[in-house]
Write a protein that binds this ligand. Sequence first.
Ligand code: PSU
Ligand code: MN
Length: 302
Amino acid sequence: MLRAAGVDAVIRVSEEVLEAQREGRGVVALETTLVAHGFPPGDGIEVGLASEAAVRESRSVPATIGVLDGEIVVGLTAAELARFDVSARKLGPRDLAVCVVQKALGATTVGGTLAVCNATGIRFMATGGLGGVHRGWPTPPDVSADLRVIARTQALVVSSGIKSLLDVPATIELLETLSVPVIGWQTDVLPLFYSAHGGPGVSARVESAEEAARVAQAHWHLHGGGLLIGRPPDESLDDVEPLIQQALADAAEQGVHGQGVTPFVLAYLHRESDGRTLHANRELIVGNARLAGEIAAVSTVE
Ligand code: PSU
Ligand code: MN
């Protein structure tokens, strides 16, 4: 068990999640940054709830994570989740402790969520797209904290690859340096978030949930950390790149930087694509949650 001493004072794990862990059932962590900052108000909550339902359909138990009223909550209720709006702080791993102490509302990123998984022994997570190296590095020198945390956390993350507004090839190289397997779900190329095509090659591919679970178990037996499973979106949107370039140019012009870039770009795309990226993003997140639930359900890791 990876539970750290003294951690209970700041983390509240729901009864349902605790019971699932005791019974050795699959538990899938879900983040709240995409709920609060990845979709327009209201839509994010719906995506969060649909993701939870997809995990349950796969016979696993969802554990949506966020910071509320001075506690890190693992397994938010629907009423608690409904509080996550754009006013929530975006919490990377560096931001968790301050948010708890200051009793602020805080939505966890992939990195923030994985830090909580590490503290509570949760081995599976789903999201839309992993953070990574921003385009143009080293100007700005912006590399998501998602990468460091996935490297050091024994968890399997299902996503549709790395968010395509980033420098995906550079991120893949960094993940190799950090010893994180980047595994294609029934594919040889890493999905490019909205698009199933045109991504860089993966380090390996798996064909089934059982195979993914066995790979993760072997990796952890070897004291490896996180693994990324890239699941292509069911409906591929292949014409978003010109809009991404416009969105990034707009962000730069308006001085948007740091944690603000990803939410700005996603909102720009949702608006300028007439909701096509919003629909695609929702579908891919829910599909990733379903697959993470399937892998967690067949995994025998305690
Ligand atoms: N996937 C989505 N939408 C999102 C994110 C992932 O479909 O909004 C979030 C995750 O919380 C991820 C974060 O950790 O984007 C990355 O933010 P940054 O680039 O600032 O590290
Ligand atoms: Mn960043």
